[in-house]
Design a protein around this ligand. Structure first.
Ligand code: PMP
Length: 353
């Protein structure tokens, strides 16, 4: 080993879902929205100006728009380059104690990557056999709590009362609620922010606002938490969001009709698709997200995953304990989900299932 090699930080990175080069595939593997963003976004991009200058490091225009939209003060909003950026900053800012940070064994698989990166001790209480979070597991002393609600990849949403109970038992550490999928039917914890000064709610534009490609995320919390986050962010990179991104995000927030209409479309598609999948022998909890997490009563998930891929249909498969016979299938357009159903019917007949 060369001397300098000993100084290299070794990490096991997060592995995102595949982004195939072929644009003809039916892509149901990374929970993207199948519809384009608001037409206002295109107008903005066609007229982007002033790229010569640095963007506003405080991102006031977008924070104001989000504050108004959700009924908060601008000082209670933090923005970042996707919610991954917001969450990474939050782990770095809030989890500096000796006690373990708690998050479920089955949840967004970036949490343990950040914990390892920042040398944060953590424990992962097991979801129960129905893949529900056992709230009593979060009643012990800890260095922080992270709950994705709805959870991923299970798609199961917990109630506001459930989150409130976790907060009532955790007054001494920061509780992060990751609401990446909340707009598709979850219950938001935003109403608890005023009462719980240790609650940070994290949101993204990537799913319900069809803007995964622009990388926009935000957090809402009391202003002391937001100020602490800002100090960390300004100690790494002042200009994380581009001027164009800021304008696009504001345009998206202002076009509420488009947002509501397209979220509803996905929910409607999810409901008929779920019904048909159950009739074909899949079982899964009701989804509060833009995906389902399903297993078949006879066919093997890895085999279905591989067979679907050869037909140009990408879904997500995690070769991990407890979930290695499940598929996470993003809700696309009606046409895309119809193609998936046609594929699976053929597959099950051929496989004799
Ligand atoms: N949280 C959860 C639970 C997610 O599934 C994702 C998407 N991979 C993210 C956060 C991050 O999304 P983004 O960085 O695109 O906002």
């Amino acid at each position: 080993m060369k001397a300098w090699e000993a100084n290299i930080r070794k990490v096991t990175p997060y592995v995102p879902g595949e982004q195939p080069k072929d644009s003809n595939v039916i892509k149901l593997n990374t929970n993207e929205n199948p519809y384009p963003p608001s037409p206002k976004v295109k107008e903005i991009l066609a007229n982007v100006d002033n790229l010569r200058k640095y963007p506003d490091p405080e991102v006031v225009k977008l924070r104001e728009a989000l504050a108004k939209f959700h009924g908060f003060d601008t000082s209670e909003v933090f923005v970042g380059v996707g919610s991954d950026d917001v969450l990474a900053n939050a782990f770095l800012t809030f989890f500096n104690g000796d006690k373990p940070v708690l998050f479920p064994d089955i949840t967004y698989s970036f949490y343990d990557v950040w914990a390892n990166l920042y040398n944060i001790p953590y424990e992962q209480p097991a979801l129960n056999d129905d893949f529900r979070i056992v709230k009593e597991d979060y009643y012990k002393p800890n260095g922080g709590v992270v709950i994705a609600n709805p959870n991923a990849p299970t798609a199961i949403g917990e109630s506001v009362d459930f989150i409130k109970d976790i907060l009532d038992h955790n007054q001494e550490s920061v509780v992060i609620v990751d609401e990446a999928y909340v707009d598709f039917g979850g219950e938001t914890a935003l109403c608890l922010v005023k009462d719980y000064e240790n609650l940070l709610v994290v949101r993204t534009f990537s799913k319900s606002r069809s803007l995964a490609g622009m990388r926009i995320g935000y957090a809402i919390a009391n202003k002391a938490l937001i100020a602490a986050l800002n100090d960390i962010k300004q100690s790494i990179n002042s200009y994380t969001m581009t001027s164009a991104t800021i304008e696009v995000a504001v345009a998206s927030v202002l076009d509420n009709d488009y947002f509501n209409e397209h979220v509803k479309k996905i929910i409607d598609t999810r409901e008929w698709f779920s019904k048909e999948m159950r009739e074909l022998g899949f079982s899964f909890a009701d989804s509060s997200a833009n995906f389902i997490f399903a297993k078949h009563n006879k066919a093997n998930a890895a085999d279905i995953f591989n067979a679907a891929k050869t037909k140009g249909i990408y879904v997500r498969y995690f070769n991990k304990p407890r979930i290695n016979n499940y598929l996470r299938i993003t809700i696309g357009t009606d046409e895309e989900m119809r193609s998936f159903i046609d594929f699976i019917k053929d597959y099950l007949t051929t496989a004799g299932c």
